[in-house]
Design a protein around this ligand. Sequence first.
Ligand SMILES: C[S@@+](CC[C@H](N)C(=O)[O-])C[C@H]1O[C@@H](n2cnc3c(N)ncnc32)[C@H](O)[C@@H]1O
Length: 292
Amino acid sequence: MQKCFQNLFKDPVNHSDLRYFGTYKNGNWDTGILRSMLNEWKVIDGIPYFNSDNEGDQFSLDDIDSWVEGGRFKRRWQNKGNKYMSNNVYSWLCKQVATLNLPIMEISCGPGLGLLPDIITMNPNVNCLATDACSSVVLEWNKFISDKDATENISFASFDTTNMPIHSNSIDVITSYIGLSSIRCPGEDGMKGVNETYRVLKPGGYLFTIENTWKDRKAIHEVFDLWGRDCWYRDNELSWHDKFQKANFKIIDEKLQETRVLTPQDNELGEIAYRFGIEIGMEYRAYILRKV
Ligand SMILES: C[S@@+](CC[C@H](N)C(=O)[O-])C[C@H]1O[C@@H](n2cnc3c(N)ncnc32)[C@H](O)[C@@H]1O
């Protein structure tokens, strides 16, 4: 954990301060524990783990194998700076973040590492903290990056985006690529992650995000009916625009990034929709938001 992120952390259970006891490498945390009055959280290879695996995706050993042996991480890392850059809105958003030149925290970074690889290509000096509830995601990305391309500027942490072990008003910039859309338990109104993101940002801090929305409610219900499963799609949730406003964010800019059809590669619903020949439309929108 780089120095610039070491003062961010608090206990996610009792909200008290945490102190690091352990070894350092070049001033960065290496291996030890973060201790509050009541709890202890492990830090291994510089990564704090806040026991959040149940809140994230449940990846199988085959999934993990596909990231490492199957080359998914390698492709993402080697293609950084060009994978999505042909999309003007995607590259515009990354450029806005890169030029700010402030420390960045990516939420629910997932196996794609969110926007970070592309931002880093535009500004290799920027300090980044990549986070995900799933411990394997951050552990494997950290191993991959230290082995293949020792970039000292990326730190990792494993925690739940809906209950961040991060002090209020402490983060300059948060980035997310489908990070808020992917939260497994976002609360009844879908606001938990958005509210938490607002809480941890400094006043004046920015959230740069691309989030998706599924269109075609009728098609989604048809797929669930044919599948014979209870529909977990929440029709009555607010749009991302309205959720951001409800959380008190100022919307600085909003652009449509992409529209496309849900595919079998996206998720199980995409597989089933494909099997029944039903198309479910999706829309990706990019936002620049500010805590005022
Ligand atoms: C589809 S990925 C999101 C896309 C990702 N940003 C990327 O670039 O690949 C979903 C990720 O969200 C994480 N996730 C789901 N719920 C979460 C939560 N409550 N807190 C933190 N991460 C969460 C999962 O563990 C998973 O790694």
